[in-house]
Write a protein that binds this ligand. Structure first.
Ligand code: CS2
Length: 496
């Protein structure tokens, strides 16, 4: 591989098949501030934005990294350019993205982040800070005022560390500067993400500056979105492949699937990028899209992650090709999730479900079960528990859902079936460890301890006897018989 780096200088010399910006990258202005410069943003919103910059060059992105300057260090010598590798069984196609025009690390450039938010040319803030980045109570969606980062930021409003604190500081500065209204667009997998973030931000502002909360109410729009693209963490093999294809080195490519979808609620308070020209859908009501995606895709993904990991699978493509797990998620989707959904206009739910299985099986995407298993306490409510609630109201069966949730409890209890420790990564990991330690290997006590976590299950499900019984029975089965036998019995008992 050449020792030269991808950059504005080497861009014109890239091999012909490599797609690249069709606009003058150096001339693009900044119209968007994005918080959370991870792989997902760079493979999703930045790709849509890249495609509209030729027609509308003032929507370049200022990408803010909140926790680590790692991506910025890799992208700076590349003038912000990086490769998106679209990978499938048919092969890889590469496209260089130029939309990220400025990069700031919160840890050392907080003032510049805040100043950027006061720029009148900036009309949009997008967010991908993961579920836990919102410092909320996952069961209710409300701001957790006792969260250490929130407590810190309320006490030190001049030096915020949380996405919510930084965003609020930026909005306060924007109000001072009279720079006009702005759209805040959450692109994380939270339920009713626009409304949820509006509630969280407003609650935070109320606790710090009630007049600002009022200003936010009249000057900031929070459209809901459905975002959908599978983007595993970048691997060394991706970096090597990008270098091979480009003929110059790219230290921060992203690897993803060909599929890409973005549905955005038509609720803006200020100018916005014409993302619909790049294939995004702007609709009156995102809820049917979002509910479908969270419950079918993410619900199945988490099920495959927990039960797949326990079965010994490192990657989702392996877990989704396992006949027992494949049958489980097909039936979970068809029998328990789809009956709770209203099909979004133009979408056939069965076709969407069938396509999901193919997407999960993409052999070119090594998506780790462990990566998806992270932060289950923040993910389960919208992925599995909301479906359970609706099924219980209607008196429908929750057998597949219960097994998926039992898989999470078995995983989060911290040891695998060979007695090996699992590195459980979750904001509630210490609580899980305490539950597991107190239960001393007794499966019923483990199930009870987890089901008592109202911050995950809500007071209602925690107290629901039907739900508790179903999940406890499966936790018992997983501990007693192991995941493979439990799955086999589960499928056999329910007919083929
Ligand atoms: C995954 C999602 O990591 C996870 O929890 O379920 O990131 C998933 O790949 C995306 O939501 C797909 O759109």
């Amino acid at each position: 591989m050449s020792s030269e780096r991808l950059s504005l200088a080497t861009l014109p010399g890239l091999p012909a098949p490599i797609a690249r910006p069709d606009y003058d990258v150096g001339a693009a202005g900044i119209g968007i501030v994005h918080h959370g410069l991870g792989a997902f943003h760079r493979a999703h919103q930045a790709v849509y934005t890249d495609a509209i910059l030729r027609g509308d060059p003032h929507w370049g992105i200022c990408g803010v990294s909140l926790k680590t300057p790692r991506v910025i260090a890799a992208l700076t010598p590349q003038d912000g350019l990086y490769t998106v590798l679209e990978k499938s069984a048919e092969g890889t196609s590469a496209r260089v993205i130029g939309a990220v025009r400025e990069m700031l690390f919160l840890g050392t450039q907080r003032d510049r982040v805040i100043a950027r938010m006061t720029d009148p040319a900036v009309r949009v803030v997008t967010l991908t800070v993961t579920e836990k980045g919102y410092c909320h109570d996952p069961a209710t969606g409300r701001l957790d005022l006792s969260h250490p980062d929130i407590a810190h930021d309320l006490a030190h409003s001049e030096a915020p560390v949380s996405a919510i604190g930084v965003l609020t500081a930026g909005l306060a500065a924007r109000r001072e500067a009279a720079s006009g209204p702005i759209n805040v667009i959450c692109c994380d997998n939270l339920p009713h993400n626009g409304r949820t973030v509006e509630g969280i931000l407003t609650a935070y502002a109320q606790a710090s500056d009630p007049a600002l909360a009022e200003w936010i109410g009249t000057h900031v729009a929070f459209p809901c979105t459905m975002v959908d693209r599978i983007v595993p963490a970048t691997t060394d093999a991706d970096i090597a492949e990008a270098g091979r294809l480009l003929g110059v080195a790219d230290a921060a490519p992203v690897a993803t699937e060909p599929y890409n979808s973005w549905v955005i609620e038509n609720r803006f308070t200020s100018a916005r990028p014409p993302w619909e020209h790049a294939g995004a859908q702007i609709v009156a009501d995102v809820a049917p899209f979002e509910t479908m995606k969270l419950r079918l895709l993410n619900g199945s993904h988490s099920t495959l992650a927990y039960l797949g990991f326990l079965s010994g699978y490192e990657f989702i493509w392996q877990a989704s090709a396992d006949p027992l797990l494949a049958t489980l998620i097909e039936r979970l989707m068809a029998e328990e999730v789809m009956p709770t959904l209203v099909a979004p206009s133009g979408v056939d739910l069965r076709a969407y479900g069938a396509q999901l299985i193919l997407r999960f099986r993409n052999p070119a995407l090594p998506h780790r079960t462990r990566q998806i298993a992270m932060d289950g306490s923040q993910k389960l409510p919208q992925r599995l528990l909301a479906t359970v609630r609706e099924r219980l109201v209607g008196g429908g069966s929750i057998a597949h859902l219960a097994l998926a949730i039992a898989g999470w409890i078995r995983y989060a209890s911290g040891t695998d079936e060979h007695g090996k420790a699992i590195a459980v990564s979750d904001p509630l990991a210490a609580k899980f460890a305490a539950v597991a330690a107190a239960a001393r290997g007794n499966a019923a006590h483990i199930a009870d301890g987890f089901l008592d976590l109202t911050e995950v299950f809500g007071a209602d499900l925690s107290a629901n006897a039907v739900f508790r019984r179903a999940v406890s029975r499966d936790v018992g089965g997983l501990f007693r018989d192991g995941v493979r036998r439990t799955l086999a019995v589960h499928i056999a008992q329910r007919g083929a």
